[in-house]
Design a protein around this ligand. Structure first.
Ligand SMILES: [Zn+2]
Length: 141
C-alpha cells in the first residue's frame, strides 16, 4: 500500500527530526560548568536540589570518562533512594537533567513492566523533553 509507505516515511522523518532537535539542544551542554570531582558534584547536587525544592535521598556517582557510558543516568535504588551517575567532565546541565527526572517522579512510572509501552511513549514525548527543557532553561513543566 502506497499510502501506508508514505505515512510510514513521514512518521520516520518526523521522529528523526524530533530526536535531532534534542540532540542539538544537548550540544549546548558543553558551554556550562564542567563537573570534574566527586566533591564538586556533591555540592552542586545540594545547590540544584534546593533550586528544585527537592528533598529526595539521592547519591551521585562520577565515572571515569573512558568508561563506556553515554551521558548521564538516573535510577531508583529502592523506594526512597535514587542514584545519578555521570561521566567526569560532564556539564552541570547533565546533572540538572538527571536531577529533574528524579525529582519530578519520572523514575517511579517505569517500575511497572505491564505499563512499559505506555511508559516508553511517556518517557520519549514528555519526560525526556521536560528534563531537557529544565536543564537548559530552568523552566519546570
Ligand atoms: Zn533524560
Amino acid at each position: 500500500m502506497v499510502y501506508g509507505r508514505i505515512t510510514g516515511k513521514i512518521v520516520i522523518i518526523g521522529f528523526t527530526a524530533y530526536l535531532s532537535f534534542f540532540a542539538t539542544l544537548g550540544l549546548q551542554r558543553d558551554e556550562s560548568v564542567q563537573i570534574n570531582s566527586q566533591s564538586q558534584m556533591e555540592s552542586l547536587l545540594k545547590i540544584e536540589k534546593e533550586k528544585l525544592g527537592c528533598d529526595r535521598n539521592i547519591e551521585v556517582k562520577l565515572l571515569d570518562p573512558l568508561d563506556f557510558f553515554f551521558g548521564g543516568r538516573a535510577q531508583a535504588v529502592n523506594d526512597d533512594k535514587y542514584r545519578i551517575t555521570i561521566k567526569r567532565g560532564s556539564s552541570l546541565t547533565t546533572l540538572r537533567h538527571e536531577l529533574y527526572h528524579v525529582c519530578s517522579g519520572h523514575l517511579k512510572s517505569s517500575s511497572n513492566p505491564l505499563t512499559f509501552p505506555f511508559y516508553f511513549l511517556k518517557y520519549l514525548f514528555w519526560e525526556e523533553p521536560a528534563a531537557e527543557i529544565y536543564s537548559l532553561t530552568g523552566l519546570k513543566l
